[in-house]
Design a protein around this ligand. Structure first.
Ligand SMILES: Cc1ncc(COP(=O)(O)O)c(C=O)c1O
Length: 375
């Protein structure tokens, strides 16, 4: 095993303050090594049903929930392929790198997609969305709940009703907030709400989940060339018997069931959401105290990942590698935001105490870097 996963000094696991993948608790690693039955067996179907029921509770929905052997990007592509018909237009409301990814997926699949680009760091406000919707008739609108590149959380409760009033299907990429931030699918009538599980779920990467509305299922039945692997109709048929179309990662689904059970029955949904809110607030407090400006628009800051601007003119690569030596991984800015910003992920099972400990170490590193610069 590579030493990369070890804190050399303590000999313990590296603490991942990253926006995914995040640290996976031992109890989940234990679940992964339990024996399998086949994916067409009754025990598997029983387990699959529990996963779906848990997801429905997590997402406050009666909609069917699908489980995909892929990361979130696969499900983003599935939305485009299943829901955007010939001669229809989809609107992509992009507030960062993952919004742009949705647009690229549309283009690469030969769909007519229109991007509403919003300056990075800002959120999609009611006014912006209203204006964008007036420009065209859209059959589908795709956007992020939490934009991981900029650390912005969109005002979903404000903007989804406006989109629904226009008659479009709405797909929400909740990859870096699902199981960390409350999102009530049925209350908002969200058609697809998707995420991969290596972020707030605190599971290993390789699995994605989504709730799918009846309207989305009906629409997909009319769309041609949906492909095979991600065909919602195929998933729906198999979901009725609590199975997946192709062989799923069975131990991973067992881990999902265990984690959903933990979230719902042990920590409690409201407690989990509150913990993430506190983690976000505490990180912003630290940033303000140390003299760092948030990159995210005030009032729309993410509670699962914080993106800070380089107001102290620090060498972020050096900062990231120095804290790694101490056993913590934080990350530089995403893509073009590298060195202009850096990010602290505070999602999954991280506690306020864990965060405090890491921030103390980071504060010392930053002080040293500032001293060094002064010569
Ligand atoms: C908001 C958002 N959407 C989509 C993705 C892509 O997820 P995956 O790597 O699981 O495909 C990410 C990954 O960081 C993300 O943060």
């Amino acid at each position: 095993m590579s030493e990369i996963h070890l804190n050399k000094k303590e000999g313990s696991q590296l603490k991942l303050f990253t926006p995914g993948p995040v640290e996976v608790p031992d109890r989940i690693l234990e679940e992964l090594k339990k024996p399998n039955d086949t994916h067409r067996s009754t025990p598997y179907s029983d387990m699959h049903k529990l996963a779906k029921e848990g997801l429905q509770k997590l997402l406050y929905t009666k909609n069917d929930c699908f489980i995909f052997t892929s990361s979130a990007t696969g499900v983003m592509e599935a939305c485009i392929r299943n829901l955007v018909g010939k001669e229809e237009k989809a609107l992509i409301i992009s507030i960062g790198a993952f919004g742009d990814r949705w647009y690229d997926i549309g283009i690469k699949n030969g769909k007519e997609v229109v991007k509403e680009p919003i300056e990075w760091g800002n959120a999609a406000t009611r006014e912006i969305v209203k204006k964008a919707l007036k420009r065209n008739q859209y059959s589908v609108v795709c956007l992020q709940a939490n934009e991981t590149s900029t650390g912005v959380y969109n005002p979903i409760y404000d903007i989804v009703p406006i989109i629904k009033d226009c008659g479009a299907l709405v797909c929400i990429d909740a990859t870096s907030s699902m199981a960390g931030v409350k999102l009530e699918v049925d209350k908002l009538n969200i058609d697809v709400c998707l995420a991969s599980v290596q972020k707030c779920f605190a599971l290993p990467p390789g699995l994605a989940v989504a709730s799918i509305s009846e309207a989305a299922l009906e629409k997909s039945s009319q769309v041609e060339n949906r492909g095979h692997y991600f065909d919602f109709q195929y998933f729906y048929k198999k979901s009725k018997v609590n199975q997946t179309p192709t062989t799923p990662p069975i131990p991973h689904i067992r881990a999902l069931v265990a984690q959903l059970n933990y979230v719902l029955e042990q920590e409690g949904l409201e407690n989990r959401f509150k913990r993430h809110t506190q983690l976000g607030k505490r990180t912003r407090m630290w940033a303000r105290d140390i003299g760092m400006k948030m990159f995210s628009q005030e009032g729309f800051e993410s509670n699962t990942v914080s993106t800070m601007e380089n107001t102290l003119n620090l060498d972020f690569n050096k900062m990231v590698s120095q804290i790694l030596e101490k056993g913590y991984r934080i990350v530089n800015g995403y893509g073009s935001l590298a060195n202009k910003t850096f990010r602290i992920g505070h999602m999954g099972e991280i506690t306020l105490k864990d965060l405090e400990e890491m921030l103390k170490v980071l504060t010392d590193i930053i002080s040293d870097l500032r001293l060094e610069k002064m010569g």
